[in-house]
Write a protein that binds this ligand. Structure first.
Ligand code: ZN
Length: 130
């Protein structure tokens, strides 16, 4: 009987892998890369030091990617375009507009020198159903 396959990478490495593999950011390609890497360690083609290096690099990248993805979405709600009801609005400091160029719906957030807050904008778009 053949020796069963075992993985030798450090526990910490596997912990990191388990943490990120469920995230959307760890896509199929990345997962495949990881499996290749683990395979290479198993065959002694890659040192554990190199592996740990890669992990540190990888987690730093993931962290900055996650931060840039999730932080802005906490403040800006996903609002649907009131015209086409399909696309999400792009909300900027002075305007809110439909993401679809063809629809071209736009709202100027500044009237009489006063900026509509995100909250006002949300109320306006979710309550106005006419
Ligand atoms: Zn639209």
């Amino acid at each position: 009987m053949r020796k069963s396959k075992t993985l030798h990478p450090t526990d910490k490495g596997l912990q990191v892998y388990n943490l990120v593999k469920d995230k959307k950011i760890a896509n199929v390609q990345m997962t495949a890369e990881w499996e290749k890497t683990l395979d290479r360690i198993e065959k002694d083609e890659l040192s554990k030091d190199q592996f740990m290096n890669d992990i540190q690099h990888y987690t730093a990248e993931i962290t900055s990617e996650l931060l840039s993805l999730y932080i802005p979405q906490e403040n800006i709600p996903q609002l649907k375009c009131p015209k086409c009801q399909k696309h999400t609005l792009i909300i900027k400091a002075k305007i809110a507009k439909c993401a679809d160029e063809q629809c071209n719906w736009i709202l100027f957030r500044i009237t009489c020198g006063i900026q509509l807050s995100i909250k006002d904008l949300t109320l306006l778009l979710t309550q106005n159903k006419t």
